[in-house]
Design a protein around this ligand. Structure first.
Ligand SMILES: Cc1cc2nc3c(=O)[nH]c(=O)nc-3n(C[C@H](O)[C@H](O)[C@H](O)COP(=O)(O)OP(=O)(O)OC[C@H]3O[C@@H](n4cnc5c(N)ncnc54)[C@H](O)[C@@H]3O)c2cc1C
Length: 413
């Protein structure tokens, strides 16, 4: 790897080290450094490679696509049709179904990495990244398994750590009193462990709804806590995926009209969800997603169990006790297990150190979603799932290529 040059450099950025006269190891990376080896990191590396630009991926886990490998449940399939989920330059195998299983998606990602010869540096958690104005480069620090630190110096930093890097765990009154297990959906694999148990599922997004369905299929007794309003849409309409139908309609009609159509069809296919305790927001599903980033739930069969009474819908939690939960409406339930389907958040603000004048977006990420100043880029942060990942990765590779050509020409001169 000629583009990686390991050098002993005097650390000029770390006052204490300089003062103590210590030297630290730094690796100068000739191409971009990509943080995170999920679909976003892989797509960015592949697009760069296709343009002849080498890159280095730093990944905190011991495998690629760690969210998909380690933090998802067994019955998971892609929520969106495959043509919206494939990465650039390599389509899914033709024999894949419209909604590939998690295992199929993982096999595809592994083949993708192999095809583009992507070999990430694993077990490298990025703990800080800072632009050094003196050398015009990013200094990216990682911590390894034995707490060893390494610094990478690069002209281009690509943030690909995902919108789902860390679990959101809410604080619920009485949580410490509760005597049963409390787990996040990231640790949930299958309902087979919960046969016959009363399971409280907190959160009504795609994961919460699907976990309830899985629990029903394994003869557990789920109750679903629904605190906020939620849009539930059928996964298919007229034999077409609701997502692709929406995308087609948006090319011709304004978003509000498309939303009206989606709501009408949902009413005809699913009925009035408010009758079952699932109230809809005032704003339509696509506009709601644009404004608040909250994806509508695509029903894969859960609603039928709610209608049939196998899944109870409950209001917000007031407090927990040893083996029971009390809801805000005063009702109580006996509970054996709690599953938090409360979502994820990004971790970028914990390690990316940027001056407030550099970026105005929250998290320090570029306000336009993919490109910031001083050679920083982001892939997969525009709340458009894998479709957004592909678009970002292609744009980033194009942009870096311009710079790369210029640098090469200067060097030749
Ligand atoms: C249950 C579930 C189902 C989903 N289904 C779909 C779907 O059908 N279609 C769709 O488009 N989207 C879906 N999504 C959204 C999905 O998360 C993304 O589309 C996709 O995984 C994004 O890829 P990513 O690489 O940006 O993030 P991730 O897949 O989260 O990968 C980020 C990587 O960065 C690493 N990382 C994080 N922090 C650090 C650090 N500090 N240092 C080094 N490495 C770090 C992580 O370990 C991880 O490997 C789903 C999400 C969930 C939770």
């Amino acid at each position: 790897m000629e583009y990686l040059k390991e050098v002993e450099v005097k650390s000029v950025h770390d006052f204490i080290q300089v003062k103590m006269g210590k030297r630290s190891r730094a690796i100068v990376v000739g191409g971009p450094v990509i943080v995170g080896c999920g679909p976003s990191g892989l797509a960015a590396a592949a697009c760069l490679k296709q343009k002849g630009i080498p890159s280095l991926i730093l990944e905190r886990s011991d495998c690629i696509a760690s969210m998909w490998q380690l933090k998802t449940y067994d019955r998971l399939r892609l929520h969106l049709p495959k043509r919206f989920c494939q990465l650039p330059l390599m389509p899914f195998p033709q024999n894949y179904p419209s909604y590939p299983t998690k295992q199929q998606f993982l096999a595809y990602l592994k083949a993708y990495a192999h095809n583009f010869d992507i070999k990430p540096a694993l077990n490298k958690t990025v703990v800080s990244a800072k632009f050094d104005h003196r050398c015009g480069c990013w200094r990216v620090k990682t911590r390894g398994l034995k707490k060893e630190e390494t610094e990478y110096v690069t002209q281009w930093l690509i943030v690909a750590t995902g919108e789902n890097a860390e679990e959101i765990v809410p604080q619920i009154e009485g949580m410490s009193e509760f005597e049963g297990p409390i787990l996040h959906t990231s640790s949930y694999k299958s309902g087979s462990m919960f046969r016959g148990k009363n399971v409280l599922v907190v959160g009504c997004g795609n994961s919460g709804m699907e976990v309830c369905l899985d629990l029903c299929n394994h003869n557990a007794h789920p109750s679903l806590v629904v605190r906020d309003t939620v849009h539930i849409l059928p996964q298919q309409m007229f034999g077409k995926s609701t997502f692709s139908l929406s995308m087609s309609l948006l090319k011709w009609f304004p978003i509000r009209l498309v939303d009206k159509f989606l709501l009408l069809m949902s009413h005809l296919i699913l009925g009035d969800t408010a009758r079952f305790g699932l109230n809809r927001p005032q704003i339509g599903p696509l506009e709601f997603k644009n404004l608040y980033g909250k994806t509508p739930v695509l029903d894969v069969g859960t609603l039928a169990h709610i209608k049939g009474g196998k899944i109870k819908v409950c209001r917000g939690i007031k407090q927990l006790a040893k083996h029971k939960v009390e809801f805000v409406d005063g009702k109580t339930e006996k509970v054996d297990v709690i599953i938090l389907a409360t979502g994820y958040k990004s971790n970028v603000s914990t390690w990316l150190k940027v001056g407030s004048d550099m970026f105005c977006a929250k998290d320090g990420l570029p306000p336009n979603g993919w490109k910031g100043e001083d050679g920083i880029y982001a892939v997969g942060f525009t709340k458009r799932g894998l479709l957004g990942v592909s678009i970002d990765a292609e744009k980033i590779a194009e942009d870096i290529q311009q710079c790369w050509k210029a640098v090469k020409t200067t060097r030749t001169c």
